[in-house]
Write a protein that binds this ligand. Structure first.
Ligand code: HEC
Length: 110
């Protein structure tokens, strides 16, 4: 009984309400490459977050040098998949691109 409850809790955490498709869990399982991630970042994120992560002047609240250290890799993945506050979701990105860009952010903005 206790073991099945634990298993249930683990399943809910890995694939919970924020990750109904389980996509974030799949992204987290990929091998990421920060060099590829840098390219993805410049193409998909820098228009709002700026090359240095501090955010472009026209977009407020987008300073990744403040936000990324407070977030786990999975939380950043969920922001990209689901959006957060003023940031729109980016469901068109491939799982590998997300894994790479999240690894780049964690390695760069800390
Ligand atoms: C069109 C503009 C735009 C693009 C493109 C964009 N973001 Fe954001 N992002 C924002 C804004 C605005 C916020 C602040 C959201 C808020 O606090 O309301 C934000 C916040 C975040 C946060 C912090 C979320 C929080 O809860 O404070 C993370 C992490 C993030 N973005 C990662 C990324 C990554 C990684 C990419 C590229 C794959 C990306 N963003 C692309 C506009 C953008």
């Amino acid at each position: 009984m206790r073991i099945s409850m634990l298993a249930l809790v683990l399943v809910v955490c890995a694939c919970g309400p924020n990750d109904p498709s389980g996509r974030a869990a799949g992204v987290g399982a990929l091998t990421a490459d920060t060099t590829r991630g840098a390219t993805v970042y410049m193409g998909q994120c820098a228009s709002c977050h700026a090359a240095d992560g501090k955010g472009v002047a026209a977009v407020s609240g987008a300073d990744l040098t403040v936000k990324v250290p407070m977030f786990t890799a999975q939380q950043i993945t969920l922001v990209v998949l689901n959006g957060e506050g003023k940031m729109a979701p980016m469901p068109g990105m491939k799982d590998q691109e997300i894994a790479d860009v999240v690894a780049y952010c964690k390695a760069t903005f800390k």
